[in-house]
Write a protein that binds this ligand. Sequence first.
Ligand SMILES: [Zn+2]
Length: 436
Amino acid sequence: MKMRLELFLVLTAVISAAGKPLSKAAAGNKLLLISFDGFRWDYDQDVDTPNLDQLAVDGVKAKYITPPMLTMTSPSHFTTITGRWVEDHEVVHNMMFNTKTNLKVPHKQTLTRSEWWDNGVLPLWITAQNQGLKTASFHFPGGGANYSGQAVNRVKVEAFNPDDNETEWQQNIDTVMNWFSKEDFNLVTLYYGEPDRVGHAKGPDHPDRKTIIRQIDRTIGYLREAIDLHNLTDSLNVIITSDHGMTTIKKRPQVDEIILNKYLNLIKLASFEILDYGGFGILTPRPGREQEVFEALSNAPNLTVYKKNQIPESFHLAKSERLPPIVVVADLGFNLNSRFIVYVNKGDHGFHNGEMDMKTIFRAFGPAFRRNFLSEPFDSVHIYPLMCKLLHIDPAPHNGSLSVTEEMLLLHGGGSRRASVSVTLMLLMMLMFAAL
Ligand SMILES: [Zn+2]
């Protein structure tokens, strides 16, 4: 009898807990997404990185992940935060451009230009807010724009100050931790401009790149201490990733650099171009000159030229309305130059996403993640449904698949919180009947 009474009490408690709608925050759905721009997948392998190594023990590490074509900051970050391919979200370059007016706006000045970002695809911040969550973007590309008239709840847009100030990096973490712990934010995206800046300026093999990786590692150590200090260990999940890798740019006398004007008269044949921008270039031929442009560029060595409608499907670019009719992708390490060689970047990206140098990192830890779990490589487009699952929200239409990433979660295979409550209930009821 005593046994039966105890069971009855437990059952009543479980039923009332299940019947009470758990508030989203109470369910522990807090998520921090951090991006370190241009963190090549293997940057931690020739540097001592105790904190990154500990993360792999305490959480999930993917061998590497593949960014979308285009391997550039804005297109790739926007794929991560929308789960859409570039041809669907239409952020097709770091620069905002208009092929008709010849307008070209540099990356940092695009960050608050909604007309560049808002093309009918809702990023995670807005979808989460529409389902009752509180979200913020700290320097994350796309966070400063409005989508269908809606802004992200709290936004800090990247300014023009240096990207590598370690004290500032820590202050940014303190700010974000306060948002989670004192103001109950559910989703914060945090962006750092390194190691991309050093990778461009010095090249991926330069000792300064190793120095910045050590700084990133210390920052991750600082983050973990801050999570403990703010009592967020049991409620905050963290994903650390990046947008693309980096490769050393080949220069004379090692190679002959690409100068496109050697193969076609750009002024005569093209009305619009962005060509001096790493490994990826775009052109609008003058009326009736498309075939001529295509054939002239096909003769140039160390690059591949595509008519937009012939771009391989695996690039997920051909459907874009924004992309001009001709797209040029240089071979790894060859930067595109239109007329002159500008010896600025020693490292660059924008190359084919199948190249190992373009692959990037994925790490995750927190209460929802398995420990010491090494994930096979996957496409970054699949991070989006994983984030929706962690936030307990319904995703907007996307090109990712949760089945690719859910293996890294503790409760996977349909193991939602609600499902496990139902299973517990059933078991208890069976016990009750057995006891009766
Ligand atoms: Zn870059």
